[in-house]
Design a protein around this ligand. Sequence first.
Ligand SMILES: Nc1nc2c(ncn2[C@@H]2O[C@H](COP(=O)(O)OP(=O)(O)OP(=O)(O)O)[C@@H](O)[C@H]2O)c(=O)[nH]1
Ligand SMILES: [Mg+2]
Ligand SMILES: [Zn+2]
Length: 363
Amino acid sequence: MEEQPISILNALGWSAAWANAFLALSNANHIPARVIREHRGVYALLSETGECLAEVSGRFRHQARTRQDFPAVGDWVASERPDELSRAIIHAVLPRYSAFARRTPGAKGEEQVVAANVDTVFLVSGLDHDFNPRRIERYLTLAYESGADPIVVLNKADLRTDPEEARLQADAVAYGVPVLLVSAMTGLGLEALRNSLKPGTTGALLGSSGVGKSTIVNALLGYDQLKTAAVSEFESRGRHTTTHRELIPLSGGAVLIDTPGMRELQLLAGDAALSRSFDEIAELAQSCRFHDCSHAGEPGCAVQAALTDGGLEMERYESYLRQLKEIRHHQVEQDVHLQIAENKRWKEIHRSMRHHHKRKNGG
Ligand SMILES: Nc1nc2c(ncn2[C@@H]2O[C@H](COP(=O)(O)OP(=O)(O)OP(=O)(O)O)[C@@H](O)[C@H]2O)c(=O)[nH]1
Ligand SMILES: [Mg+2]
Ligand SMILES: [Zn+2]
């Protein structure tokens, strides 16, 4: 049987729903494309006409209010290419159905979309010195916030004599989430990973630097497209091997986004995501005497009771409190940021009104 040639867009997950969203936001000169790489404000797009570099239009830049409004890898955009030699222009980003966001390290702490329109997010740990159930808990909260379905990947299973024990530890913090034991080196678990990516869907690999994210992509591709590096090498150079996010089409009809390891993982999540990560605590909380119990010593607290009778581990409880505190802290901070942004916006509106007024009056 001869294989039907499939279009580039279809191979990237284009669908009738995207086509409708595109029609609503574009004009006849625009073409749909997906952002496959991003580096300092320059985007690589893939469309029916192939790959090209692009920037956002001046109007887009002007109207963007936060960093999250800008295109991210995985986004579908309405773009235009004036001629073969110049860069394409991005006019609009189609509404995302999921987005994995984080705060950029540093004082300003802007929110940045790491990957957009992701169906399945693979939270990768390495079963070497990297393995840490507490970190998996943090990634899970971010994954639930993103709207993508998480899968926990324990890579480098070949380095452990007892990989099953690590799986049990991961199971204990990831309720109802599939945990895959993988070795990109020996091929263990790669079929299971591939099968969890249905044709037309988008996966993203997240995890610390050196856990083997790019090695997994290469193993799935069957050839070394992405640069990888030995951990010792990485440590001596003190920087990450993967430097930008990249979307890679796989042969099975799904796409996978590789990301650089994140040094800092600040929680950018709400209460609903936290409750999903700490399902059992959320359930206990329903039996607390006070509706707004903070589980920190109030009478009639079911969470405290579970700690006493051993139904809830102290480490797990502490991890929950740490995440809750961080989320609250961020909520307060964000209110302040919103206030500042709003003030700034009004100042600009007033300025342009004055300017307009002056011109009208010949001033
Ligand atoms: N033993 C073993 N080593 C692995 C495995 N997977 C990856 N590695 C090694 O781990 C090192 C880091 O792999 P990378 O794929 O570069 O890690 P990464 O997660 O992409 O790292 P960043 O790009 O810096 O975020 C490389 O030397 C790989 O060969 C595995 O399953 N087993
Ligand atoms: Mg990498
Ligand atoms: Zn309580």
